[in-house]
Design a protein around this ligand. Structure first.
Ligand SMILES: Cc1cc2nc3c(=O)[nH]c(=O)nc-3n(C[C@H](O)[C@H](O)[C@H](O)COP(=O)(O)OP(=O)(O)OC[C@H]3O[C@@H](n4cnc5c(N)ncnc54)[C@H](O)[C@@H]3O)c2cc1C
Length: 284
């Protein structure tokens, strides 16, 4: 289908973007890679009279690694996450996650900022960012503010971002220990039926820290403190993994849809989390 008519803008700095958002209010939307927004516009599920393309805003690009902290500009693409040697060394879970998103064509265009700002429960980056305990940096007419990824999601497509703000970047401590992102999907290129992000540290055979988050098993990404706690102090033996899975199942809230009934999703979530924990533990 062809989208409704819209005016197109291409500012080259954040100030210009905010000014346009201010001027046009609810009628304006920013576009990053366009691989979520354009399909919505074509299906007429989103009407955007004023479309603000972010591609010329250089300040939103780039990957910075230093002092144990990683910062990704909002316009960093999923392909860049896969291709970046420094990230492969410091946070391999980013590459592992990005490789399971869609297909190469989508990954060349789809951005970190678009993926996390969209609020689509099916997107993989929001769950990953819960696991990494990332901070999201937003800029609006009143300046800059930071929102924890774990506080950002309110409901499907509803986030803590105000309409006149944009996300400029995400940052997080370089994860220590073993990391794994496991995803079950109906076919290559599909959104998750269930996915799990796990980071674990191991000292003398004991798990000293754990972070577990799940994707597409609720209307927001789910960080499970109880599942994480179930592994700490254990040697991540089968009993501990079962306890973590049981805790995770209490925190998710899947609904029946064309990916399956609730019981199937709970089963898929259990298998996927078990795999991710075992994989992260082997790598720790
Ligand atoms: C066939 C197909 C399969 C896909 N499969 C997956 C998958 O398996 N997993 C997955 O995670 N994703 C998947 N996607 C989505 C893809 O990763 C998207 O590109 C991504 O989610 C959105 O990034 P984008 O840069 O294209 O954002 P856009 O489409 O440009 O924008 C998406 C939304 O975010 C807003 N936005 C964008 N950037 C900003 C910003 N900096 N600040 C504030 N708001 C912003 C826009 O206004 C819009 O509402 C798939 C897409 C397609 C087409």
């Amino acid at each position: 289908m062809i989208p409704a008519a819209f005016d197109y803008y291409r500012p080259n700095d954040v100030k210009g973007v905010i000014a346009l958002l201010n001027e046009h209010g609810d009628d304006a939307r920013v576009m990053a890679g366009g691989h979520s927004l354009i399909p919505m516009m074509k299906l007429r599920m989103a009407e955007v009279p004023h479309l603000i393309d972010l591609q010329d805003v250089v300040a939103l690009k780039g990957i910075a690694i230093g002092g144990g902290r990683i910062t990704l500009g909002a316009l960093v693409t999923q392909h860049e996450l896969i291709d970046h040697d420094g990230l492969a060394q410091t946070a391999p879970i980013l590459r592992e996650t990005a490789r399971q998103i869609a297909d190469p064509q989508v990954r060349y265009m789809g951005t970190v900022g678009g993926n996390v700002a969209n609020g689509d429960p099916g997107n993989d980056m929001p769950g990953l960012m819960q696991c990494l305990n990332a901070d999201f940096t937003l800029v609006g007419p009143d300046g800059e503010r930071t929102v924890a990824a774990r506080d950002f999601y309110e409901a499907a497509y509803m986030t803590a971002r105000e309409d006149d703000e944009i996300l400029v970047g995400v940052s997080f401590d370089a994860p220590k220990g073993g990391q794994a992102y496991e995803k079950q999907k109906r076919k290559i290129g599909d959104y998750a039926t269930a996915a799990a992000a796990v980071v674990l540290t191991k000292e003398n055979g004991t798990c000293t820290s754990a972070s577990i988050a799940m994707t597409n098993l609720s209307d927001i990404p789910v960080f499970s403190q109880d599942a994480s706690d179930a592994l700490i102090g254990t040697s991540v033996e089968d009993n501990a993994i079962r306890a973590a899975v049981a805790a995770m199942l209490k925190d998710i809230d899947p609904v029946e849809d064309n990916r399956g009934p609730v019981a199937f999703k709970q089963h898929a979530a259990s298998i996927i989390l078990t795999r991710a924990i075992k994989s992260a533990w082997d790598r720790a």
